[in-house]
Design a binder for this molecule. Structure first.
Ligand SMILES: [Mg+2]
Length: 273
């Protein structure tokens, strides 16, 4: 029986939200709208800053001989040419699924505009809001988000979700500024930051390497297995059997297909679930 937990840390993609949301909605939005968005926003200071950050990154990439690196033209070049180079640079970076600061900043800038205009709404599974309500209101627990998406992107997704503004449920947000999600030290830092013992924190994620890192940091953990997620090694879909993680210190880790199952399997706040 796991020890009582006082805090929940949630991953987003593949856990609260379909993986397809990012790949079928957010990323395609950037690729489809980038050209027009740059034209519309070109005179804004924020656009200038984002493009300049991409340019500095591109200079570094070229200097370091990163394969396929696409330069961004200097601000003194004709605007159409600069924009074309930005589009080519972003397409290259997204084509190799890069998760680097300047790219994420530009994506976040575009997403903010799309969420605010209602063009995009954040998606969460139906069991997420009832679980958040139960953790925070009924059980008095603290819930945090830890995602490789920037804190800004996290707040947009939950703030402008199709189920309304869900930000009130979260005590705080972490992204890779605290460290990579596959590094145990990141989870140690989060525990320190929020002032809780690692053993009192329950981490939910679909990613086995992240679960492994959290377990190594002393967290409790459960693996989210959601529709659209890649099959888990050794875990037939539809099976409620615990998954064995060979690298982690735990003998087995529970796989949950809904957040309701978290309440069935984990004692919260010392009370019966
Ligand atoms: Mg995930």
């Amino acid at each position: 029986m796991p020890t009582p937990y006082t805090t929940v840390v949630l991953d987003i993609e593949g856990t609260t939200t379909p993986i397809t949301f990012v790949h079928d909605v957010l990323f395609p939005h950037v690729l489809a709208r980038l050209d027009a968005f740059l034209i519309e926003s070109w005179a804004d200071d924020e656009c200038y800053e984002k493009v300049d950050a991409l340019r500095i990154q591109a200079e570094k990439d070229v200097a370091e001989n990163v394969p396929g690196a696409v330069p961004v033209l200097p601000a003194t070049a004709p605007a159409d040419d600069v924009r074309r180079s930005v589009v080519a640079n972003v397409r290259w970076q997204m084509g190799i699924d890069r998760k680097i600061g300047p790219l994420k900043a530009l994506q976040g800038y575009m997403w903010r505009s799309a969420y605010e205009s209602g063009e995009i709404k954040g998606v969460v599974y139906d069991d997420v809001v009832p679980a958040l309500e139960r953790w925070t209101s009924s059980l008095g627990l603290d819930v945090y988000i830890y995602s490789s998406g920037s804190v800004e992107a996290q707040k947009l997704l939950f703030g402008w979700s199709e189920k309304g503004n869900l930000l009130k449920y979260f005590k705080g947000h972490f992204d890779t500024a605290i460290g990579l999600k596959v590094e145990p030290v990141s989870y140690t830092r989060i525990a320190q930051e929020i002032g809780r013992e690692p053993a009192s924190i329950l981490f939910l994620s679909d990613n086995v390497k992240e679960i492994d890192a959290a377990l190594l940091a002393g967290y409790q953990a459960a693996i989210a297995f959601r529709p659209g997620n890649a099959p888990l090694p050794g875990h037939p879909a539809g099976s409620a059997a615990p998954l064995t993680i060979p690298l982690g210190p735990a003998e087995d880790v529970q796989v949950v297909e809904t957040f309701d199952q978290v309440f069935e399997r984990f004692v919260a706040g010392g009370a019966a679930p």
